[in-house]
Ligand binder design. Sequence first.
Ligand code: PMP
Length: 316
Amino acid sequence: MTSPIPTTEWIWNDGVFVPWDEARVHVMTHALHYGSSIFEGIRFYETPEGPAVMRLTDHVKRFYTSCRIYKMAPAHTPESLIEASFELIRRNGLSEGYLRPLAFRGVGALGLNPAPSPVQTLLICWPWGQYLGAEALERGVDAGVSSWFRPAPNTHPSLAKAGGNYINSQLIKMEALANGFDEAIALGVGGTVSEGSGQNIFLVVEGELLTPALDGTMLAGITRDCVMRLARDMGIPVRECIIPREMLHQAEEVFFAGTASEVTPVRSVDRVPVGEGVAGPITRRIQRAYLDTARGVAPDRYGWLERVPRAEPVAV
Ligand code: PMP
């Protein structure tokens, strides 16, 4: 089977390591029909001390929270998923890449009550370069405000990273690409700024770093949390607040933050340049601090890096 995704050798399938091509599902899988899946997106980086996973424990915690919201109970403890993640990365021989925990409702019944469909849990990893293109981190991206809104609170729980939510993200992303943008900025129900299709957003307005407050329309990104902590420690004032759409044109700087996107400058919004149309100084400082920490070249002051332990020597 050929795949545009760079494949690796092994996938962890409910406690068993299976070859990549053998991790298959039946067409009657509940999640395929109704989006009943939960996932995480985690990056691991090559560091001078070997591969390290960025905030693995926090991602696994969010994974279990998302599962709880949808009453899904993976048949594994968070600790065993963490162990299995390390083992998977080791077995696949990757020093850097992306790790995808996935839980979904399998084959049981096709009614809308998901309870009869058992939960399956998988871990997959593969190499993944720059999400928004090779030069996005340097050059920045062109973003457009989407005509599709994020789900309203009390519709899809946005704090849960559920597969079904991403059908909305796909509409948002496809529209942006069709309009010649690299990425979209989606609004929440009230018409104020929410987030990108798969990343949170920050603005610098009069030297202050602003990000939309968690209002039930966006994911509480772990990179968002990293950015806020790094900025505060640099003495940059940070505020979570309501952000009117038009503030995107008032801002001196705009950037996206997410595991896949890392810290990506936005150089224009709806074809209007942001600031000088290049990555601004605060964006640059935060991007550098984030990537240097992730790559283990700056001190890990927050304990974000979880090193992949070396394999135990085999007893002879
Ligand atoms: N919002 C959405 C919709 C996302 O899919 C992501 C990526 N997981 C984010 C924000 C950023 O979250 P994180 O920093 O935890 O990757």
